[in-house]
Ligand binder design. Structure first.
Ligand SMILES: Cc1cc2nc3c(=O)[nH]c(=O)nc-3n(C[C@H](O)[C@H](O)[C@H](O)COP(=O)(O)OP(=O)(O)OC[C@H]3O[C@@H](n4cnc5c(N)ncnc54)[C@H](O)[C@@H]3O)c2cc1C
Length: 295
């Protein structure tokens, strides 16, 4: 199928892009890699009179260390994120998550910012951003603001970003070498959106206790979720006393909007989510213990 007719705009700067958004209002939509938006337009699930293409704006691309955070431009492609050595060192969870994002053809055009702005509850980058307390930088004709990932995802494909705002970059906090990271998910075919999955970062202290834990869940609600109860349960506990299956069970507690659809019932997703969390915990804990030297 073909999209309904639209006017195509290719601004030369991000300021021009937000100017167009302010001028054209609700009839306009940002186009980045097009890997989510174009299928929706083609299937006539969405209509816009104007598309504003930001995919060639150099100021929205790049990967830079900024203090103890890593800044990634919203227009940086998923392939660039997944293959960048700096990302692998500073935010390994993003590198581990990338191969699960669709297929390589999609990752070659799809962008980090597009994935986060699209806010699919089964998307990998939204779950990583939420787990790591990333900060989302947005710009509109009214000015710039930062949004904490915890305040960003509000519903199915819904965020707190206003329609006239553009996501320009994302800042990810870096974890140190005493940490371990893992991403586990289950999909019927590789490249499909996950039925359920977990992303985990865990850090150990000098005594081998969990000093910090971040768990993001995907496919287990209308938005990506944070497994706060599981994070709290493991913090302060000696790493090797933590039972992975208990982390999985704790991660599923309190989830009250797990979807039920043709891919699986809520109960099935919950079982898969618990298993993926347990496996991710095992892998992340092994890496954290290997990187740490205990007193
Ligand atoms: C077959 C298939 C399988 C896929 N599998 C997965 C998967 O397993 N996991 C996964 O996470 N994703 C998956 N995707 C989606 C893919 O990751 C997309 O690339 C991504 O969701 C959107 O990025 P994009 O740059 O293509 O954005 P676009 O499609 O251009 O835009 C998506 C939405 O975000 C908005 N937007 C984009 N950039 C910005 C910005 N900077 N500021 C404000 N709004 C913006 C657009 O207006 C639009 O509403 C899949 C896609 C396909 C077609």
């Amino acid at each position: 199928m073909k999209p309904a007719a639209f006017d195509y705009h290719r601004p030369g700067t991000v300021e021009e892009a937000v100017g167009l958004l302010a001028e054209l209002g609700d009839e306009a939509k940002i186009l980045a890699g097009g890997q989510s938006l174009v299928p929706m337009l083609s299937m006539r699930l969405a209509y816009f009179d104007h598309l504003i293409d930001i995919s060639r704006l150099p100021e929205l691309r790049g990967i830079q260390a900024r203090g103890d955070q890593l800044w990634i431009g919203a227009g940086t492609t998923e392939t660039e994120v997944g293959t960048n050595a700096h990302v692998r060192h500073a935010v390994p969870l993003l590198s581990l998550a990338t191969p699960f994002v669709g297929h390589f053809q999609i990752r070659n055009r799809g962008t980090l910012g597009g994935s986060i702005a699209h806010a699919d509850a089964a998307g990998e980058y939204p779950a990583v951003a939420l787990a790591l307390d990333a900060v989302l930088e947005v710009l509109s004709a009214r000015g710039r603001r930062d949004i904490a990932a915890a305040d960003f995802f509000t519903g199915l494909w819904e965020t707190t970003m206003a329609p006239d705002e553009v996501l320009t970059g994302v800042r990810f906090p870096q974890w140190d070498s005493r940490s371990g990271f893992a991403v586990r998910e289950f999909a019927r075919r590789h490249g499909d959106f996950a039925i359920a999955g977990a992303v985990i970062a865990v850090r150990v202290d000098d005594h081998g206790r969990v000093s910090r834990c971040a768990i993001g869940l995907l496919g287990l609600g209308a938005t990506p979720k944070r497994a706060t109860a599981a994070e709290t349960a493991v913090t302060g506990v000696p790493l090797f006393e933590v039972i992975p299956e208990e982390v999985g069970r704790a991660a599923m507690s309190g989830l009250d909007d797990i979807p039920s659809d043709l891919q699986g019932s809520a109960a099935y997703r919950s079982r898969v989510g618990a298993a993926m969390t347990a496996r991710a915990w095992t892998q992340a804990a092994q890496q954290a213990s290997a990187g740490a030297t205990y007193a």
